[in-house]
Design a protein around this ligand. Structure first.
Ligand code: ADP
Ligand code: MG
Length: 629
């Protein structure tokens, strides 16, 4: 018969407020801690049974039950695990921060070779119960033959009582007498939500029960149904990759992330040495082209959910993916700032990065067709990763591909090699296929090639690449392309041509009255095109930057280098040469010049409202003239 009372041995004067306020920022986690203690207790017993140090009936069904009682205002955590003797209660419960888990592992380290699966670490989890309870009671019976049952109670202060319990079955019941300000934790819905969040993949079946269920109608079918556990005890990430089917990966994905689009592909992380890391990372399919990627990486420790998107552990760019990562060596309740400087964490992070890069390289080399297909979905992720993480960039730089205006996918090197004779180390790119359609047509006719870089990330990525590969320069398709457009026969330009060029320049200069505008006359193959605007890459980037910084005008610092290219192979432009000789056609020439400029401008960018108004007025005038009988 045991009866004893005494003082809990702690060195801190007032440790409960510390636990309440500092140790756990989130009240919910007391459920995680108490349920995982139950799982630990069962796993310990299983281990002892497996090595013959304990025996249980063959039909033993291990469970952890969470039972709420709204009337009594209690919440119970009931397991049929290893239980505790009075000595063990004194050792593991009364001594705060003394972990029985660590003790157990040290003792049985050599007897079993498989992963420990024990969640506890620090011997602090149990006391999280006092965040919501003003009294906690333990009723426990150890598995050891002849053990006596024990009752321990403690009312939030520093004193405990040890007594005889009425628990007659092996295992432990923790009863929380819920404090007034925490009665939300007696609500079934709330409890289920928390259990699903933290305990969905714990290794032992967990049930939520109402101590006093409301009477159900006789013909209510649900009442007769078998209760279902909250959790899936064998999460997919713990299986061997070779034993998992595509269907299983897809099902797991839709269940965990509630995403009904199938993932593109996935990476199963499965490391035992030199550290322990399991998980599955999915590359999600983007729903539409410009959707911002928003991933979710769920971090687990020994199947217990810790948190989403912990940036200290998961490389930031990986958070664009969706996935689960289980780091069993990661203590559940350490502070974030500690993690940041932890060598283990950095190794984990580096390993994940490498795995992702390997997977991508594998796809590129072995399944190039598929890789091309995935590209539109995965490129923002890869580009962001490159900008964020130089090691990642080094690993994937040769498998970054670009879609060309001809619908092919090429690497940067392939593009440069192919176009070396026409424009060395220059990459032409399109940011908006519709807006820049004129230029694309022109390029195609001239046998030139450009790549499509339409996404928000691309403008950053272009600058990043220019920094990394300092030989290469990116030019938008409407920038400095005149060099590439020059026909070979231009070299022996005739005197007559020179005269035409000069007079066209003069006419347009006078009509447009724009000092900053450069005019250049070319004989372009695309004879349907009267003119086009070129804006130097440098100027355009400056303009874009100034709009980004709230419309600051930088034109003084960086004068616009706009060029109007006139196509002397175009009939209208040829007509201008004739018309300008006729004094009565002066007004018509003016109208034509303005209209040619606006049309060229429109395929370069949107007209501002004033220019647009003028353009419409002028267009109407031209149409009216056409209608004259
Ligand atoms: P940790 O789990 O990190 O070791 P806890 O504060 O959660 O620390 O628990 C302290 C110790 O109390 C455990 O290591 C274990 O020995 C014992 N214990 C707690 N809950 C139970 C339980 N349900 N069954 C058996 N032992 C338990
Ligand atoms: Mg614990």
């Amino acid at each position: 018969m045991i009866h004893e009372s005494g003082n809990i041995a702690v060195h801190t004067e007032n440790m409960f407020p510390i636990i309440k306020k500092w140790l756990y920022s989130d009240k919910d986690i007391f459920i995680r801690e108490l349920v995982s203690n139950g799982c630990d207790a069962i796993n310990k017993l299983k281990k002892l049974v497996s090595i013959g140090d304990a025996s249980v009936p063959d039909d033993t069904k291990y469970t952890v039950k969470v039972i709420f009682d709204k009337e009594k205002k209690t919440l119970q955590f009931v397991d049929n695990g290893i239980g505790m003797t009075a000595e063990e209660v004194k050792k593991y419960i009364n001594q705060v921060a003394f972990s029985g888990a660590e003790d157990f592992l040290a003792k049985y380290k050599d007897k079993t070779d498989e992963g420990s699966q024990i969640i506890g670490h620090f011997g602090l989890g149990f006391y999280s119960a006092f965040m919501v309870a003003n009294r906690v009671q333990i009723d426990t019976l150890s598995y050891q033959p002849g053990a006596e049952n024990v009752k321990w109670t403690c009312s939030g202060g520093m004193e405990y009582e040890l007594d005889v319990s009425d628990r007659s079955e092996r295992g432990t019941t923790i009863t929380l007498f819920i404090a007034e300000d925490s009665e939300e934790f007696l609500d079934e819905f709330k409890l289920r939500e928390i259990l699903v969040k933290y305990c969905s993949f714990l290794p032992i079946e967990i049930y939520l029960e109402n101590a006093k269920p409301e009477k159900k109608d006789d013909d209510d079918k649900e009442a007769s149904e078998e209760p279902k556990p909250i959790n899936e005890t064998h999460p997919l990430w713990l299986k061997k990759p070779m034993d998992c089917t595509d269907e299983e990966y897809k099902k797991f994905y839709s269940q965990v992330f509630h995403d009904f689009n199938e993932p593109l592909f996935w990476i199963h992380l499965n490391v035992d040495y030199p550290f322990n890391l399991k998980g599955i990372l999915y590359f999600p399919k983007l729903k539409h082209e410009f959707e911002s990627m928003e991933g979710q990486i769920k971090l687990f420790s020994n199947q217990v959910f810790v948190a989403d998107n912990i940036k200290e552990i998961i490389p930031e760019f990986l958070m664009l993916l969706k996935g689960v990562v289980d780091c069993p060596d990661l203590p559940l309740n350490v502070s974030r700032s500690f993690l940041q400087n932890d060598g283990y964490v950095q190794k984990v992070s580096a390993h994940i990065t490498k795995k992702v890069a390997d997977k991508l390289s594998g796809l590129f080399n072995a399944e190039r067709e598929n890789y091309n297909k995935y590209w539109d979905d995965i490129h923002p992720f890869i580009k962001y990763g490159c900008i964020r993480d130089n090691k990642f960039y080094e690993k994937v730089k040769d498998i970054i591909i670009y879609k060309t205006i001809n619908g092919e996918y090429v690497t940067l090197k392939q593009y440069l090699d192919k176009n070396e004779s026409k424009h060395k180390n220059k990459v032409f790119y399109v940011t908006n296929e519709k807006q820049q359609a004129q230029y694309i047509n022109l390029f195609k006719e001239q046998g030139l090639e450009a790549v499509l870089l339409p996404s928000t990330i691309d403008s950053h990525f272009v600058q990043f690449l220019e920094m990394k590969e300092n030989e290469v320069k990116f030019n938008r398709i409407d920038s400095d392309i005149s060099e590439s457009l020059k026909n070979d026969d231009n070299s022996d330009e005739q005197a007559e041509d020179k005269g035409i060029n000069e007079s066209l320049e003069k006419v347009f200069k006078e009509a447009l009255k724009n000092d900053k505008l450069k005019i250049q006359v070319e004989g372009l193959k695309a004879s349907g095109m009267s003119g086009m605007i070129l804006l130097s890459e440098q100027s355009r980037r400056m303009q874009e930057m100034s709009t980004m910084f709230g419309g600051m005008d930088m034109s003084a610092m960086f004068p616009e280098e706009q060029t109007l290219v006139l196509n002397k192979n175009n009939e209208l432009i040829r007509k201008v040469i004739e018309l300008k000789e006729k004094p009565d056609k002066k007004e018509d020439v003016q109208v034509i010049c303005e209209q040619v400029y606006d049309l060229a401008m429109m395929s370069h960018k949107q007209l501002d409202s004033e220019a647009m108004t003028k353009f419409i007025e002028r267009s109407n005038k031209i149409l009216t003239k056409l209608a004259e009988v």
